[in-house]
Design a protein around this ligand. Structure first.
Ligand SMILES: Cc1cc2nc3c(=O)[nH]c(=O)nc-3n(C[C@H](O)[C@H](O)[C@H](O)COP(=O)(O)O)c2cc1C
Length: 368
């Protein structure tokens, strides 16, 4: 017998009872390769296989046509997409699982090829100097169009509409994607936002859109079923760079989130080594656990041991696992048995079809 693991303990997430604290992190898998970008039976099978997670957070799902930046990612703005997601939520619920959808707008991490030749929308006309995965393969990103205030207000409404659709599709909640260099994150950092109106300048202004989104979304989804995801120390990837204002901005945002009764705050530890980067915070859970009063979910490079440790030490309540959940559909069971973990195949992260998606075996199938 293995010793008791805290990561396998139940958790009361507001009014939801999670069967363990092993959360499936949101992961784009690019299998919505149909004209509607709607989830299919294959998505339902994939998420069903992973429904022993305490909570699944779906892949990022674009809130509007303008929000897209990668091929074959699913949306949550059309009727066909809502119908597709219903298959997914039904499958997960049939297995006794819980699932939130991640609501996504990529902002400048896109390409005119997705928008009939028009420029991607962003807080400011600053090229992230990154790559966009278009129907014709990887292309360089371009200088985006600075959003008008009207376009910002429309985007807030798009988040609200997407949340309403998600609720109709049977999701247990929504996660606002304010992470990883996408639209909302682009507003937070001065290196991607040089606006001079009420959405730029001070940290209050740069954070404004997130709170407008939360205020709009909570009109259609209960506040305690809304999560927020952020990656404060992201540097050198997805076009983001840190400066001296970055971490104080996140300090402000996270403190202010205490005024909401959210489901959870989902933070990532730095994706790269930031020990040499001035102004970076290398220990995200340690810094923000004392600041945030609600449920804290942590992510980034965790395994069984580290996941148990971060909870035992009181730095997080829940741990989100990404790549390990791709290759180990029954990850909680493998943790319970301290079983060998399967490696993931990076080449099939974003390719169409079952390969590298629904063909990773369960532990019991491996042991046969
Ligand atoms: C294939 C793949 C797709 C991802 N897609 C998303 C996404 O849609 N939304 C998001 O917030 N993070 C996304 N991520 C980041 C993961 O949620 C997670 O933060 C990252 O994999 C680090 O966690 P890990 O070390 O447990 O894998 C993705 C990661 C991978 C590997």
């Amino acid at each position: 017998m293995n010793r008791q693991q805290v990561i396998l303990d139940k958790y009361k997430l507001e009014d939801l009872e999670l069967k363990n604290r092993v959360i499936m992190a949101p992961m784009t898998r690019s299998r919505a390769d149909n004209p509607e970008n709607a989830p299919t039976d294959l998505h339902a099978a994939y998420y069903r296989q992973r429904s022993s997670a305490g909570l699944i957070i779906s892949e990022g799902s674009q809130i509007s046509k303008r929000a897209v930046g990668y091929i074959n990612t699913p949306g949550i703005y059309s009727k066909a997409q809502v119908e597709g997601w219903k298959k997914v939520t039904k499958a997960v619920h049939e297995e006794g699982g819980k699932i939130f959808i991640q609501l996504w707008h990529v902002g400048r991490m896109s390409h005119p090829d997705f928008h009939g030749g028009e420029l991607p929308l962003a807080p400011s006309a600053i090229n992230p100097e990154a790559k966009s995965f278009t129907p014709q393969g990887f292309k360089d990103t371009v200088e985006p169009k600075e959003m008008t205030v009207e376009e910002i207000k429309q985007t807030v409404q798009d988040f609200k509409n997407a949340a309403k659709n998600a609720w109709e599709a049977g999701f247990d909640g929504v996660e606002i994607h304010a992470s990883n260099g996408y639209l909302l994150h682009q507003f937070f950092n001065t290196t991607s936002n040089d606006r001079t109106d009420e959405y730029g300048g001070s940290k209050e202004n740069r954070a404004r859109i997130l709170f407008e989104v939360l205020d709009a979304v909570k009109e259609v989804v209960p506040e305690n079923r809304i999560g927020v995801r952020m990656n404060p120390s992201l540097h050198g990837t997805f076009g983001m760079t840190l400066d001296e204002e970055t971490i104080p901005t996140f300090d402000y945002i996270i403190e202010r989130l205490n005024h909401y009764n959210l489901s959870y705050l989902h933070l990532s530890e730095p994706f790269t080594d930031v020990s040499e980067i001035p102004y970076a915070e290398p220990n995200i859970a340690k810094r923000y656990r004392p600041v945030y009063k609600g449920t804290l979910m942590i992510n980034g490079g965790f395994d069984r041991e580290k996941g148990n440790k971060v909870i035992e030490e009181g730095f997080a309540d829940l741990v989100a696992y990404g790549k390990l959940f791709i290759s180990n559909p029954d990850l909680p069971e493998r943790f319970a048995q301290d079983a060998t973990l399967a490696d993931w195949d990076q080449d099939t992260f974003y390719t169409p079809g079952e390969k590298g998606y629904t063909d990773y075996p369960l532990l019991e199938e491996v042991e046969k």
